[in-house]
Design a protein around this ligand. Sequence first.
Ligand code: UDP
Length: 366
Amino acid sequence: MEPLLSSFFESPMLKLLFLSTPVGPLGSGIGGGVELTLLNLAQEMSQRGHQVTVVGPKGSKVPNVFCQEISGNWQEMIQNNHRDTPILLPENSVLGNMWDYARKVQGDYDLMVNFAFDWLPFYLTPFFYCPIAHFISMGSITDAFDEIMNRVAVKYPKTIGVYTHSQAETFPFNNICRVLGSGLNLSLYNYCDTPDHYLAWVGRIAPEKALEDAIEAATRVNIPLKIFGKVTDEEYWQTIRQNYPDAPYQYEGFFNTIELQEKLSQCKALLMTPRWVEAFGNVAIEALACGVPVIAYQRGGPAEIVQDKKTGFLVEPDNISELVDAINQIDQIERKQCRHQAEADYSLKALGDRFERWFYELVEIP
Ligand code: UDP
């Protein structure tokens, strides 16, 4: 017989299969912030004694957790799709291959967690007998995706997780989304109290992120802007280079977490200027973790993260003059407050607690 006390007090171990984004290997940066969220969550769950396997495109790197690498062609990035863009799968699709693998091994797991923002995993959900949780990493993009996600949300109401309330509000099923936020291994981020005379911009270089607004603001205040991140839209990047030949910016490149935090921590502020409803904005909490205040447009995830006038400034969206005013007041922000906020809200423990509670509910463990 099971020892009653231990089964009563100990948290049961779950067997979890995490299915990654199919737009590129984990660690490449092509997938954006969901890569970091998945990696952090996989490590935290495994640290808590759960058995975690990650399934990702060939070349994926997942420290300390087993990763089943799957070959095949990556999905196109869909950030710039129109509402009526059709559903597309390449020949020998890695997404299809990942879900073929999942179908074969589903009997070995208590729960599968889908991190792909794509049509296929939602369509396949009713055909699996292993329960599937879906963590949605973007706001609404196409009607076809909304329709299939809504179908799953209605049939399996507890299974849809999102980063933020503002992201949930972009979907027709917003009232049944589980808001889970994000979190970081804070021990990797060093606090810096004495920044250099630089501003920072961090993220995928793509039109929805509106890097040009940050360059424009940096030009007006004449403070150099350091740009960190993957160029995922080369044409957009070349247009920026042509349009701002003399602006005070430096493209630094794409870095791993350790290198990124070191360079970011030395900046006066992070500028976040997304044109779309940013689902979360992992870069905001990474900056806070280093003690770097965040100046962001007041919409989407950053508006739920930044504490206005305390850990940064929230300004009218798409308004460069307001960005400039905020930059000019940045010394009013105490950098210690930024680190404190990251510690209070975005630790790995906080992330793990939120997701673990959700997972237990889904497998009906009280
Ligand atoms: N990033 C990185 N190295 C860099 C620049 C960015 O690893 O040099 C990562 C960053 O840590 C973050 C992600 O890129 O996890 C961007 O995610 P965010 O949630 O801000 O936006 P998304 O790309 O998901 O829209």
